[in-house]
Design a protein around this ligand. Structure first.
Ligand code: CMC
Length: 435
């Protein structure tokens, strides 16, 4: 570890005289961390932490979350300030490099990203192999992973220059592939990227333009998309980021690692929640049905969750949800949508839930996904693309975390242990002799 211990904890096993002193490390912010690496050697025991809720799996300088206070910092900068004053490409630079760029550095960085926005023409052929009704996240898992097949001369993860280029390629090409997945589902021609447009505007252009007529990207929509990308860019050691790190810890190439991250993001407990929120609101249908829906959520046997609510780390509020709710009102206002029944329904659902003891006692508040789907819907983006947009935004976070891991001298293959509760050792019995 790069931190020096500033204390220790003594672990002892009851009823024995075995004990050991373990170092305690302090980060810049956040709770102290007990370094248990010598625990097995000293005492012969493991720790048990399903879901890793109490386990720091790495040191990181990228993102900090204080779940009790509702704080999210990218490289020390509060998300509220970045959402208000920065933009996605600058946030990409910040996450990747640790500092905000000078004007010249930003110009170079933008050039680096735009230089890589096109994909190899052969990639078009991949799409013919997918059904038109394939979920775009299925297409993303396949095509992003397949990028490795196009850059096999540049997959040496130990070469900093090859790592740098892979990072640019991923940040630049993931929106192109996402837009292709969408166009394919519609049966429309693929739209090539336009490097004169900003990142978010170019993404919207590739999603919405058709060759038959000119398409002007709405600045209101581009700004809203940019804000959504900023809010989703990184989030510490969440499930998909940990998946990227775990895959990367084996030495796997970055394209394969990011494809693994996309797969993990797809689940409804993670990035798939934005899609699930809209589905849920559609099923509730009307405010009068909220109480019976809430009753179902509270019934443990129903397996129904209030999607867009709750978070492993945020136990107060998710700061991204606050910004997202504000953005939702702004976007609907700027688009002249004065009556959006889904927004009214979501707000009423939130109002009822945050006053209900079930949610209050469990510290369940709206998360980033509760309002993002409503904005995306208002922007004309279909529900099946919501999680894809999350993946576009999170690619920079995954790449930054992957790069940080590879550059960490203490990095080793990720390999958790277990409590084995299966059968003890027994001898094989031939089939004819089994009772
Ligand atoms: N609706 C109803 N009950 C819930 C919910 C919910 N959305 N979330 C948690 N609970 C209950 C849970 O059943 C448990 O109750 P009990 O103590 O009686 O057993 C208690 O709250 C603690 O929950 P948990 O399952 O231990 O919490 P977790 O940290 O393991 O799960 C979560 C976090 C985000 C997976 C979960 O809250 C959830 O499934 N939420 C809905 C899906 C969602 O919105 N996901 C997006 C997360 S934010 C964006 C992202 O990171 O991708």
């Amino acid at each position: 570890m790069t931190t020096t211990p500033n204390g220790s904890v003594t672990f002892s096993i009851d009823g024995t005289n075995r004990s050991t002193k373990l170092p305690v490390h302090k980060g810049t912010l956040g709770p102290d961390v007990v370094d248990i690496r010598k625990l097995y050697a000293d005492l012969g025991v493991f720790t048990f932490d399903p879901g890793y809720g109490e386990t720091a799996s790495c040191e990181s300088t990228i993102t900090y979350i204080d779940g009790d206070e509702g704080v999210l910092l990218y490289r020390g900068y509060p998300i509220e300030q970045l959402a208000e004053h920065s933009d996605f490409i600058e946030v990409c630079y910040l996450l990747m490099n640790g500092e905000l760029p000078s004007a010249a550095q930003l110009k170079d960085f933008k050039k680096g990203v735009t230089y890589h926005t096109m994909v190899h023409e052969q990639i078009r052929r991949f799409f013919d192999g997918f059904r038109r009704d394939a979920h775009p996240m299925a297409v993303m898992c396949g095509v992003v992973g397949a990028l490795a097949a196009f850059y096999h001369d540049n997959l040496d993860i130990n070469d900093p220059e090859q790592r740098r280029i892979a990072a640019f390629r991923l940040i630049a090409k993931v929106p192109t592939i996402a837009a292709m997945a969408y166009k394919y589902s519609l049966g429309q021609p693929f739209v090539y990227p336009r490097n004169d447009l900003d990142y978010a505007a170019n993404f919207l252009y590739m999603l919405n333009a058709v060759p038959a007529e000119p398409y002007q990207v709405s600045p209101v929509l581009a700004k809203a998309m940019d804000r959504i990308l900023v809010l989703h860019a990184d989030h510490e050691q969440n499930a998909s980021t940990s998946t990227v790190r775990l895959a990367g810890s084996t030495g796997a190439n970055p394209f394969a690692c990011i494809a693994a991250g996309i797969a993990a993001l797809w689940g409804p407990a993670h990035g798939g929640a934005n899609e699930a929120v809209l589905k849920m609101l559609g099923e509730i249908g009307h405010a009068k049905n909220i109480p019976s829906f809430i009753e179902k959520v509270k019934d443990k046997n129903s397996n129904v969750k209030l999607m867009g609510f709750g978070h492993r780390v945020y136990k107060n509020f998710d700061p991204r949800a606050k910004i997202m709710q504000k953005t939702c009102h702004e976007v609907l206002g700027e688009l002249g949508i004065t009556d959006e029944p889904l927004l009214d329904l979501a707000m009423e659902l939130e109002r009822i839930a945050i006053h209900d003891d079930y949610f209050v006692s469990r510290k369940l508040y709206p998360n980033v996904d509760f309002y993002s789907g409503i904005i995306l819907k208002a922007m004309g983006i279909p529900t099946s693309m919501f999680t894809v947009i999350f993946a576009v935004a999170r690619t920079v976070g995954w790449v930054s975390q992957w790069k940080e891991m590879i550059e960490d001298p203490s990095q080793r293959i990720g390999r958790p242990r277990q409590i084995y509760t299966g059968a003890p050792r027994r001898d094989y019995v031939p089939a004819a002799q089994r009772g």
